[in-house]
Design a protein around this ligand. Structure first.
Ligand code: TYD
Length: 137
């Protein structure tokens, strides 16, 4: 059975409030259900630009808006859902096999992506038609 939007989870991470400033954290296999093989981050996104716009065959990921805000649009081939990331203690868990794009970046936003795989262009599905075939549609 293919992955659906029900498998996507917006997770609230721990937040340690302190007069000196807040602190959040995550532990692999604890707050996220995978081992982290790679971390990358997206920044200096010009107004109106869109990132992502593809699916992964294997990569499982967890996206955090460390600073500022942006929307992640996730699509399982049937239904699309917009998740707004606008707090440093929210993270979006996205399993493999879903189309996703990031948009509506605020000025100076910083998006961190924790990935279950190292980078491989082979893992990308960049054509929407191919994605639909992959989901069995
Ligand atoms: P891509 O994943 O297409 O960007 P986005 O989904 O944010 O629009 O990656 C853009 C380019 O960067 C592409 O040529 C592949 C390269 N890249 C790496 O070399 N290593 C990485 O870990 C990532 C995420 C991308």
């Amino acid at each position: 059975m293919s992955t659906t939007l029900l498998d996507v989870k917006l997770i609230t991470l721990p937040k340690i409030e302190d007069l000196r400033g807040n602190l959040s954290f995550l532990e692999e296999e604890q707050h996220i259900p995978f081992r982290i093989k790679r971390t990358y981050w997206i920044y200096d996104v010009p107004g109106g630009q869109v990132r992502g716009g593809h699916a992964f065959k294997e990569q499982i990921e967890f996206i955090v808006a460390l600073s500022g805000s942006f929307d992640v649009v996730v699509d399982d081939g049937k239904v699309k859902k917009i998740f707004s990331l606008n707090r440093s203690y929210y993270g979006l868990f996205i399993p493999a096999g879903l189309w996703r794009q990031m948009e509506n970046f605020s000025t100076n936003s910083l998006g961190m992506v924790l990935s279950s795989t190292i980078f491989s262009e082979e893992d990308y599905i960049r054509e929407y038609d191919e994605f639909l075939k992959h989901t069995g549609q």
